[in-house]
Design a protein. Sequence first.
Length: 287
Amino acid sequence: MKAVAAPWHAALFEPYERVGLARSSADVRSRLFTRADSINNERAAGCEFFVLNPLMPGATNFKLDSVAVLRNFLIEFDKKTLKAQEELVEGKLKLPFTTKTFSGSRSYHYVISLTEPLESLTDYWLVTELLMRVVGSDMDSQCRNANRLTRLPGAVRSDKNGAVQTLMEVRERVRLDDLLRWAANVKPRAYNEWIIETEPRPRRQGAIQDEETEGLSYTATKLLDKGEYDERIGRHAALVKLAVELVYKNYPIDKVEELLYDGQDKLALERDDVPGIIKWVERRILV
């Protein structure tokens, strides 16, 4: 296994951006913050993880609220052999990734870095959902998190007798249009199912007489009644799909917002996502 000598952080971050580093994924006391162009300094020595996306300038934690730029996506597997991962990602799918890192154990971590960051967390989750549909169910479900901790290239693992987290390849950043075109070519059916839910289109005419939840799909009702959702897409994406369904059934926007708050409470989301989803609905659906 041959390492690549390349400025991986320049492929994922701008020099001035704030990057979160950690010696342990569990110990918050091990966390520190640095500029991207200072990742290899002595202060960062001993860290094994970095936060996938850039953080706010004054961030003091790694929570989702602290993410400043939505640019990077992680593809990681825990159930496939190393050979099977390469055959799927680089052979069958030909994934347009930006960096590839060997974890030092049983997986490769592929990061897709966009040339232009996304505008909202809602857009980020929708792209993540598309990636999970195309790559398949063996993709680690935790990869949907924009504040995900992932392995720091070049670091030595403390839990694997000195195994090195080896940088294998660095490529260019990926245009979003090219990523979507790739998905459409590789898995047309998965892409078409995804685009039906996200493509802007006119709202149907007519108004509902009843503003209750009667007439909603089983999955929407289950989310509102019990807080249950499809774990393959995640809690936030489930809330977005609920919003889209409500709008297409002609629910007034104030009722959509009310039901989204109910759904958010059921899902115990860690941040207030509803205003962002409402803005997305108004921009993409209510046209």
